[in-house]
Design a protein around this ligand. Structure first.
Ligand SMILES: [Fe+2]
Length: 301
C-alpha cells in the first residue's frame, strides 16, 4: 500500500495527508531507513532475552508487577488469561531518558552470573541501550506527527512495551486464534515496528492471515518503516477529528513473534478536553490518568 507511506522527511509538509490517511485507514506508515539497524539491534536483544530460562527472565519481574518489567502469560485480556503473550514494559521521561523505576536484564541477571558469564548475558549488556535508542527515535517521530496535526506536546509520557508472542501449538490455536483480541489503544499515538516471525529458531516470512489487523485488514509494515495508529485519548482530545484505531493480532501456527509498541500519552494530570466523542469510559473533566486506569480495568481485569 505504497500510497499509505510517507517518507520521514516529508512529515512536516504532510499534515492534511496524515489526517486523511488516519481517517481512511486508521494508521500511517513512515518510511525511515535509518531505523532499520536499530530495529535489528532491538530484535537481537529480545531474542537473547527470550533465550534465557524463565527463572532468569523472572528476575526482571518486580514483586509488585503492575505493567512494569517482564511478565509472561499473566495478563488478562477481555476476561481471559493470554497464555502466549509476553510483555516487557519500560518508561522514558520527558527528555526521552531512562527512568529510575525501570528494570533491565543486565542489572538483575548479571550479579548471579559474574563467576560464569554466558554469551547470552554479555549480549544482553546492550539490551537497555538498544531499546532506549530505538524508542527515543520512534518518540521523536511520534511527536513530529502530532505536531504536524496540531498537537505540540510540551510534556508527555512514553511507555515502551516490548512484545514476545510465544510459540503457538495446535491446541492453543484451536482454543483461541488471537495473540491479542480486538481493542483500541488508549494513549495518543502508538508506534509499531515491523514484526519478526520465528519458526523452529529461524526467522521466517510473515505467515498469511496472521499478525496485525487494523479495521479487519491485514497490515504488513515494510522493514524500513514504522507504523502509527491512533489511541482513544487523541480521538477524545481532537473531538473525533481522528478515530481510535480498532485492531487485533492473529496467531500463526507453530510460530513466535517479536515486536515493539511505543505509546505516547499525555501526563497523568492532563485534563482531557470536553468533547462529543462517544466512549464508554470517558467522563467530562477526567484526567488522562483516570481514563488510563478505567481502560486497564476494562481490558485487563
Ligand atoms: Fe493494541
Amino acid at each position: 500500500m505504497e500510497n499509505n507511506i510517507i517518507p520521514y522527511e516529508d512529515i512536516k509538509s504532510s499534515s492534511l495527508k496524515i489526517i486523511e490517511l488516519l481517517r481512511e485507514f486508521g494508521y500511517i506508515i513512515i518510511r525511515y531507513p535509518a531505523i532499520t539497524e536499530m530495529i535489528t539491534h532491538y530484535r537481537f536483544s529480545m531474542i537473547n532475552f527470550m533465550s534465557l530460562s524463565e527463572d532468569e527472565r523472572m528476575t526482571c519481574t518486580p514483586e509488585d508487577f503492575d505493567r512494569r518489567g517482564w511478565s509472561y502469560g499473566k495478563e488478562i485480556f477481555n476476561g481471559k488469561t493470554d497464555s502466549k503473550k509476553g510483555s516487557y514494559y519500560a518508561f522514558l521521561d520527558n527528555n526521552g531518558d531512562d527512568v529510575a523505576e525501570n528494570i533491565w536484564p543486565s542489572e538483575l541477571c548479571s550479579p548471579g552470573l559474574q563467576s560464569e558469564p554466558s554469551d547470552q548475558i554479555s549480549n544482553l549488556e546492550n539490551f537497555k541501550e538498544n531499546i532506549l535508542e530505538l524508542s527515543k527515535t520512534i518518540t521523536v517521530v511520534q511527536k513530529e506527527i502530532l505536531k504536524t496535526i496540531g498537537y505540540n506536546l510540551e510534556s508527555y509520557n512514553t511507555t515502551l512495551r516490548m512484545l514476545y508472542y510465544g510459540k503457538v501449538l495446535e491446541d492453543d490455536y484451536l482454543e483461541n486464534n488471537y495473540w491479542c483480541g480486538l481493542h483500541k489503544d488508549h494513549s495518543y499515538l502508538t508506534g509499531l515496528i515491523p514484526d519478526l516471525y520465528i519458526k523452529n529458531n529461524n526467522q521466517i516470512e510473515k505467515v498469511d492471515n496472521s499478525g496485525l489487523f487494523i479495521r479487519g485488514i491485514s497490515v504488513t509494515i515494510p522493514e524500513d518503516c514504522l507504523a502509527f495508529q491512533v489511541g482513544e485519548t487523541l480521538e477524545l482530545a481532537s473531538n473525533g477529528a481522528v478515530s481510535a484505531t480498532e485492531h487485533y493480532v492473529k496467531k500463526a501456527l507453530g510460530c513466535e513473534r517479536i515486536t515493539l509498541a511505543i505509546f505516547l500519552s499525555p501526563e497523568s494530570d492532563y485534563v482531557i478536553p470536553e468533547n462529543k466523542v462517544e466512549n464508554d469510559r470517558y467522563i467530562n473533566g477526567m484526567t488522562y490518568g483516570q481514563f488510563a486506569n478505567a481502560s486497564f480495568k476494562k481490558y485487563y481485569s
